[in-house]
Design a protein around this ligand. Structure first.
Ligand SMILES: [Zn+2]
Length: 390
């Protein structure tokens, strides 16, 4: 065990607000102390007024998918663990200290998760869903989680638990990348969703639902889902953002359902295009926010063109699309992420006792989120990923 890192002359955004403290001590066991009076200045490093923020959390990635390839790996194809490890390394080097993997077909991401946890390779802390439950021939059925009945769905759940999954993913609607699957259609009814989510929660798992269409969003919300992925409000006409339902949003707020809109940096081009649907999308998100919906930052990294290490680059775009302030975006990418993933007692905030997942940035990221793209130093679970030069 190495000596604790002691930093003085720092500003701290603790995940929710700017802290009154200007000093910190931490090591691989966690954050030991906040505030100058709590630590001996011996060996302390003057951080020159830099800013500490919690390590970033991407709530939706697919480690097995190569963003440069248009098709997912064939079901029986061996996964490229070397490529997956390289992606994980780049993620943590870009300040992502926690990520939630929302689907793969061969549990290879669970193997990577465990190698990282054991300290064999660098990377973020991963929470993995394994194979998502889907309908027969439904969205991403090639991952192996097809279920025609609730009993078959529970068998899929059991299989993921046997493989060490941290949570369950369910495809509540169709999607874009699976032939014969339509984003607007619900894949499961409310009773099915309620039964499946209750079964997962009975085993202590949270549940994430892929949902584009409004009916699937409704079913997932009323069934007690933990996080709604995408939440695209595709209406009966099949158009993006055409099926907004405010009573469903009221239910999200009542239940504390998290929304994970998977806004990656490629959305900048969509904003710039001025397309009508993106304007509607922004209005919908503004209304959801006004009604009290809580958001987490997520990118869906691994799908074509969306790179695993680009969460920081996506955050200013996320701010624009959802209409969040910089501070709200930082919270969505740190404290909210940890709350939604059920790991608030582990990480997500700069608080005594939590893991030392910490970025040091030269200037105040609340003023400009772009500063997060070039951290001066990064610690993951107290170990330096990028060391502070002094
Ligand atoms: Zn996804």
């Amino acid at each position: 065990m190495s000596e604790p890192v002691r930093l003085v002359n720092v500003n701290i955004f603790d995940g929710e607000s700017v802290s009154e403290h200007n000093a910190i001590a931490f090591d691989e066991t966690g954050i030991i102390a906040l505030g100058e009076h709590r630590l001996s200045s011996e060996g302390a490093i003057d951080a020159g007024g830099g800013w500490l923020v919690p390590g970033l959390i991407d709530a939706h990635v697919h480690l097995e998918l190569d963003p440069e390839i248009m098709t997912p790996p064939a079901p029986e194809a061996p996964r490229d663990l070397g490529a997956m490890a390289a992606r994980a390394k780049r993620m943590v080097e870009a300040g992502i200290t926690t990520a939630r993997d929302l689907g793969g077909g061969a549990w290879a991401e669970i193997e990577i998760r465990d190698r990282i946890l054991a300290g064999d390779i660098p990377g973020p802390r991963f929470l993995c869903a394994g194979q998502p439950v889907t309908s027969v021939g439904g969205h991403c059925h090639f991952w192996g989680g097809e279920a025609a009945t609730i009993d078959e769905a529970k068998a899929v759940l059991q299989r993921q638990r046997d493989r060490g999954a941290d949570l369950l993913k369910v495809m509540a609607t169709g999607g874009r990348f699976t032939p014969k699957s339509s984003p607007k259609d619900a894949q499961f009814d409310l009773d099915f969703m309620t039964d499946l989510i209750a079964a997962a929660k009975a085993h202590g798992l949270t549940v994430a639902a892929h949902c584009h269409g409004s009916e699937g969003i409704r079913n997932a919300t009323f069934a007690g889902i933990t996080t709604l992925e995408h939440c695209s409000w595709v209406g009966e006409d099949g158009k993006w953002a055409s099926g907004f339902q405010s009573d469903v949003v009221s239910e999200m707020v009542r239940r504390g359902t998290w929304v994970s809109p998977t806004i990656h940096c490629g959305w900048q081009a969509r904003l710039d295009s001025g397309a009508g649907w993106i304007g509607t999308f922004r209005e919908i998100f503004a209304e959801m926010k006004a009604l009290g919906v809580k958001f987490v930052a997520s990118t869906d990294a691994g799908i074509p063109g969306v790179f695993h290490h680009e969460l920081a680059k996506a955050l200013p775009v996320f701010a624009q699309v959802v209409g969040l302030s910089n501070a709200e975006v930082l919270t969505a990418a740190t404290a909210n992420g940890a709350d939604a993933l059920g790991i608030a007692s582990v990480t997500g905030r700069i608080r005594e006792g939590l893991a030392a997942d910490i970025l040091l940035v030269d200037q105040n990221p609340v003023e400009d989120l772009a500063y997060l793209q070039k951290p001066a130093a990064i610690w993951a679970r107290g170990a330096a990923v990028k060391a502070l030069l002094h």
